[in-house]
Design a protein around this ligand. Structure first.
Ligand code: HEM
Length: 418
């Protein structure tokens, strides 16, 4: 190989990064990108932080630009009716996503969010802790007797589905289809989808609605305690008479079940894989369990389970020095912003004691994640108890990635626990 001087080497790295940024297209991603998107995110942040994509949308990678977009709800709209109409046509998928609070602006958003936040009160979440600990310990007991464990199938994904199931009081023997419905509906949010993914997503909304109609009917006939049961609370509405319409109720229940599912599974799975790849940090956490809170924040930052957010400009605006007309779709890359050196010291390093750590894994502003306290609790209990029980766990094969750009996680992680 020809010898290159240090400055030539530096120049080559820079030109590679420029090329990586110049050729980036969210609609044509490579297997290398799915395996590790961070070199591309870095190249974009450094060379084209407000990147115009071939389809006319912009892709943002700087922390400050994301915060600016998240905070100006009036200019950067979350309403997806225009964007989703060509993607989903007149379908149940369209009805579902455009009725979910996350894809609406005030005043519809404010009303639905108030009802949901009321139901996810700190008290309601704190009361879930004993059941959560018992659930995690039961799962750990099950792992202890297995020669081969799949961290996702046998552990990470079993937790959120039961937690959200408990939150809405879905009978335990009726929870089995929830995971597949949720994966199918969220899978249809990928930037490009084929006919099969669309059909799967649409059928999942249909089946989910049919199931929830029965569940809601039963709950109307026999209400639960609104202090504990989120579904009863959403049905009954606020004391001031504010209520969800029945369409809003059903679609936002689906949204809640979905929002709290894959994301939290990925927090637990990504966290345990990251620790196994960083043995010093793993040993540090095992030695000092009080670090679990900052460790969970760092896992959220380092491998954010939700990597992309979307907005549409509703009036002309300048962002990061680029003028955008009204009607410009913008993608907010949380995964890139969470490794921006302008905000985080040594951002490519996993540091489980990192403070401050103002990551954007839950977004920020009016749409900031309504379930973040619950996600943090699930992450802390699942990861700390797993480590305490199986400090010597080790991966025993190649983890299989979910193959999605928006939701970053694993489908399967083979592992031995003792
Ligand atoms: C690690 C786990 C989680 C992550 C990374 C996550 C991430 C996010 C992000 C980034 C948003 C903002 C979307 C936007 O502004 O466009 C969001 C919104 C939301 N999340 Fe989460 N989430 C998690 C867990 C949960 C859980 C457990 C629940 C419920 C039980 C939940 C319920 C919601 C709701 C209702 C919204 C919509 C809020 C609004 O539009 O006002 N999430 N989440």
């Amino acid at each position: 190989m020809a010898y290159r001087s240090a400055s030539e080497e530096y120049g080559k790295v820079n030109s590679d990064a420029r090329e990586l940024a110049a050729s980036f297209n969210l609609e044509k991603l490579t297997p290398e990108f799915y395996a590790n998107p961070y070199p591309t995110y870095r190249a974009l942040r450094e060379n084209e932080p407000v990147k115009r994509l071939p389809n006319g949308s912009y892709f943002l990678t700087r922390y400050d630009d994301l915060v600016a977009a998240y905070k100006s709800t009036k200019v950067f709209s979350s309403d997806k009716k225009k964007e989703f109409s060509p993607k989903y046509g007149d379908s149940l998928l369209y009805e579902h996503h455009t009725t979910s609070l996350v894809f609406n602006d005030p005043p519809a958003h404010t009303r639905v969010r108030r009802l949901i936040m009321g139901a996810l009160s700190p008290r309601a979440i704190a009361e879930m802790e004993p059941d959560l600990i018992a659930l995690v310990d039961r799962l750990l007991d099950g792992l202890a007797n297995k020669a081969k464990v799949d961290l996702i199938e046998d552990f990470a994904c079993a937790i959120p589905i039961q937690v959200i199931g408990n939150l809405l009081d879905v009978p335990v023997d009726e929870r089995e289809p929830l995971r597949d419905w949720s994966l199918a509906i969220l899978g249809a949010l990928e930037p490009v989808i084929g006919a099969e993914v669309f059909a799967r997503g649409n059928k999942a909304v249909k089946d989910f609605l049919a199931y929830l109609e029965i569940l809601v009917e039963r709950r109307r006939a026999k209400p639960g305690n609104p202090q504990h049961d989120v579904l009863t609370r959403l049905i009954q509405g606020e004391d001031n008479g504010e209520r969800l319409t029945s369409k809003e109720l059903l679609h936002n229940c689906i949204f809640l079940l979905n929002a709290g599912h894959e994301t939290t599974t990925n927090l637990i799975g990504n966290g345990l894989v990251a620790l196994s790849e960083h043995p010093t940090e793993k040993a540090r956490l095992i030695e000092n369990q009080t670090l679990i809170k900052t460790a969970v924040e760092e896992m959220l930052r380092f491998e954010s389970s939700n990597q992309l957010g979307n907005r549409m400009t509703v009036e002309p605006v300048e962002l990061g020095g680029v003028a955008m007309p009204a009607g410009t779709p913008v993608t907010l890359c949380i995964g890139a912003a969470n490794r921006d050196p302008a905000q985080f010291a040594d951002p490519e390093k996993l540091d489980i004691g990192r403070t401050p750590n103002r990551h954007l894994a839950f977004g920020t502003g009016a749409h900031q994640c309504a379930g973040m306290a619950l996600a943090r609790l699930e992450g802390a209990i699942a990861i700390s108890r797993f480590l305490a029980r199986f400090p010597d766990y080790a991966l025993s094969g190649e983890p299989v990635r979910g193959g999605r750009v928006r939701f970053r996680g694993f489908l399967s992680v083979p592992c031995v626990v003792s």
